[in-house]
Design a protein around this ligand. Structure first.
Ligand code: T1G
Length: 705
């Protein structure tokens, strides 16, 4: 059994090093070992004080998240929390100064352990945080009671409801920590501990009352937070529970407030919201692991990049590279096109400056990294090219043939195509090992997903480099196979099919979008198409027709084509599925669209009827999941959780629902299967359950185990 807490003594100060790689999570035995080490110091006549520090790159990054899955009942959770609270009280009761030395991150239970220590010394580049709400829970080890005692209501509420870490300097000014160390954290923490011992000082955070003395101010801050969260939390429960717990710090004594926290925590940790968010936490990390691409696969360093196509996507991709300091060539067919692209990029940065998210110096610095061009000059020196030209196979074949000839052998040749065959580009380039899909989502400089599409001959090094590029760009990379429209858009076609059919059956555009946004989607299917452009969808349908394909099996609604023929492309033309007043993005219901839907329904012999919101959500989500199951059984996705990551980071699918595959598991696959069979009866044979879904339902299993 590795030693979880090492015990060393330097000049009468004990150094207690928590060593539980990779992030010193409070896994089984860790807190017990810390408590035992503290007790040992108190009994050790040769020691006057102690410093608690983490081994490796960070302090304690919280409870071991894998434990939550084992807490099935409130009682189990309460029993566990009571044990944790008692241990922290005993650490706080230490008769000799306990100083936490924080480097990297002190997060969740890690910060709670640090706050049970008497003092905290932090490295200048470290941070502290209570990110529990990102896991659907609240701080459960006294954080909602000790944190307000250190920093007051406002910051405690901000930290516990937003989950974002706070940097060292702010933690100091707020009173969460006592000292920001110089270059050597441990030396400074030991000196700090020795000074406290010399002064005979210890300090129990729970006994601090100054910042919680103004009870009505604390209660008022909580009330204000509830009002804000009612608008911003998009159905998340945990932030509201965190406020309830913090309020108890102002209305109850420490013991009663702690009991209230434990009770609220128990309610959260057994919730579906928590299960979904914990699923997403690990799903995002699993997505970076590709079974046949070992962790130590060589990665090509990306020093310079190039983007072909200065349109909406190309411009956003160039920004994504420049934003992380990578110089990028931005090429388009003529100067007019490239200057238009550059003007859009400048406008985007200027709006960031206007919103205070960027300084004008940073704007100049970042913009200077983007070099507009109409030739391939300089392409021989770049390490990666992302092709984001018009979605036309013939054009892309020419581009990849050029790139195969011009760029250096190690250069990654990526395409931002959202649906075309990567192997075709590979053949055209003559360097299939370097060719890969890098499918960004609009706006490319904002959306976190990078759908990485491996071709038949894409090399492991190219895949590993693509995952590293995703991390460098601050994106979540998911590797998928090269089927038509890959994973994201292939499944989306079924999502859209049901939305269109429900429209013809009698639902309205705002009703369908409303049902999906109530479910947690950031925007409904029709609002999304109006942003992306109805003309983009039309062009893809024309291309498909030219190769005898449709986007999704089943009836094809003609309504979007009718809107296209009327020149209604969406926001950019002032009308699409909705109408828009000039200069406004507010969606206005247009009964003309309902009329067109009714006409098309009549042509297809569809009887219109009342459709309720539950049916809308059930049909659309079932179609999405069923196609996801096909993607899995055909091997175009490595695991179901990858699909969940694609949807949460590509389309804003609510993380607290867990993604389409996890959601199906929470509904229950037998129920999902029964729905498909019912729809098949009512709507047609195009509703065919995926084999994998039938198999898992029969075996009583889910997509995610
Ligand atoms: N528990 C278990 N495993 C964890 C973990 C944790 N808390 N944190 C990280 N890992 C694993 C992760 O799955 C990955 O594994 C490896 O460590 C490296 O992580 C009582 C109840 C610390 C900022 O929410 O935010 O405390 O994939 O890839 O990018 O009130 O990890 O290699 O097998 O993310 O350098 C609160 C979660 C818990 C922090 C480092 N704490 N962690 O980022 O590495 S709830 C958190 C992070 C709690 C208390 C409550 C990040 C990081 P693998 P990584 P990184």
């Amino acid at each position: 059994m590795p030693e979880l807490v090492r015990y060393d003594v330097r000049d009468r100060v004990a150094i207690l090093t928590v060593d539980n790689p990779p992030v010193n999570a409070l896994g089984p035995g860790v807190l017990e070992a810390i408590e035992a080490a503290v007790a040992r110091v108190c009994a050790d006549p040769g020691v006057d004080a102690m410093v608690l520090i983490g081994a490796g790159s960070t302090f304690i990054a919280g409870a071991d998240i894998r434990i939550f899955g084992t807490l099935k009942t409130r009682e189990q959770s309460l029993a566990r929390s009571e044990g944790t609270h008692a241990r922290l009280l005993r650490i706080e009761e230490a008769t000799k100064p306990v100083v936490a030395a924080i480097h990297g991150n002190a997060l969740g239970g890690g910060l709670e352990v640090a706050m049970a220590c008497h003092y905290r010394v932090i490295a200048p580049d470290a941070s502290v945080g209570q990110p529990e709400v990102t896991l659907g829970i609240i701080p459960g080890a006294g954080g909602t009671q000790r944190l307000p005692r250190l920093c007051g209501a406002d910051l405690a509420i901000e930290m516990c409801t937003g989950g974002k870490p706070v940097p060292a300097a702010r933690a100091l000014s707020a009173g969460i920590v006592d000292l920001v160390a110089g270059a050597n954290l441990l030396d400074d923490a030991v000196a700090f501990a020795r000074a406290k011992a010399a002064a005979g000082e210890t300090r129990k955070t729970r006994a601090l009352v100054e910042k919680i003395a103004d009870r009505s101010a604390g209660v008022a801050a909580c009330a204000a937070a509830r009002t804000t969260l009612a608008k911003t939390s998009r159905g998340l429960q945990a932030p509201l529970k965190a406020v309830d717990a913090i309020e108890a710090a102002f209305t109850l004594d420490f013991a009663a407030g702690s009991a209230r926290e434990r009770d609220l925590f128990a309610g959260c940790v057994t919730s579906t919201e928590c299960r979904a968010l914990v699923h997403m936490f690990f799903a995002e990390r699993e997505a970076a692991k590709v079974p046949d691409v070992p962790k130590d696969t060589p990665v090509t360093p990306i020093v310079r990049a190039a983007v072909i196509g200065a349109g909406t996507m190309g411009g956003g991709i160039a920004m994504a590279y420049a934003n992380v300091g990578i110089p990028v060539l931005l090429k388009d067919v003529d100067d007019g096109a490239v200057q238009r692209g550059l003007a859009t990029i400048r406008r985007n940065y200027e709006s960031s400056v206007a919103k205070g998210r960027m300084t004008s110096e940073a704007l100049q610095r970042t913009l200077a990294l983007i070099t507009p061009t109409t030739t391939y000059d300089g392409f021989e020196d770049v390490d990666i090219v992302v092709e984001a030209a018009f979605e036309d196979m013939a054009l892309k074949r020419v581009i990849f043939a050029d790139l195969g000839r011009i760029t250096k052998a190690s250069c990654i040749l990526a395409s931002n195509t959202s649906s075309l065959d990567i192997d075709e580009f590979a053949r055209a380039s003559g360097r299939p090992g370097q060719v890969i899909g890098h499918h960004f989502f609009s706006p490319a400089n904002v959306m976190k997903l990078l759908e990485i599409v491996r071709g038949r001959e894409t090399s492991r090094e190219t895949i590993a480099t693509s995952l590293a590029v995703a991390k460098r760009l601050g994106k979540v990379g998911v590797v998928v196979g090269n089927c038509f429209a890959f994973v994201a858009n292939r499944m989306l076609a079924y999502y859209m099919r049901e939305a269109l059919l429900l429209l013809e059956e009698g639902a309205t555009v705002p009703q369908i979008d409303g049902a999906l946004t109530a479910f947690g989607m950031p925007v409904g299917p029709f609002g999304m198409q109006d942003i992306a452009g109805i003309d983009v969808g039309w062009r893809i349908r024309q291309f498909l027709k030219s190769i005898g394909k449709t986007r999704a099996e089943g009836p094809q609604s003609a309504v979007p084509d009718r809107l296209y023929e009327m020149g209604r492309y969406g926001q950019k033309t002032g009308a699409g599925w909705y109408r828009y007043e000039p200069g406004s993005r507010e969606r206005i219901h247009d009964p003309l669209v309902d009329q067109i839907a009714a006409e098309e329904a009549a042509k297809r012999g569809v009887t219109r009827r009342q459709v309720d919101d539950d049916e809308i959500v059930a049909r659309i989500m079932t179609a999405l999941t069923n196609e996801g199951a096909r993607v899995l059984e055909e091997g175009y996705a490595t695991r179901a959780s990858d699909i969940d990551v694609v949807y949460c980071h590509g389309f804003g699918y609510p993380r607290h629902v867990g993604g389409p595959m996890f959601y199906a598991d929470t509904v229950g696959l037998p129920t999902v299967l029964a729905r498909i069979k019912e729809y098949r009866e009512r709507h047609g044979n195009y509703w065919k359950p995926a084999g994998l879904l039938e198999k898992l339902a029969a075996e009583g299993r889910g997509f995610n185990g």
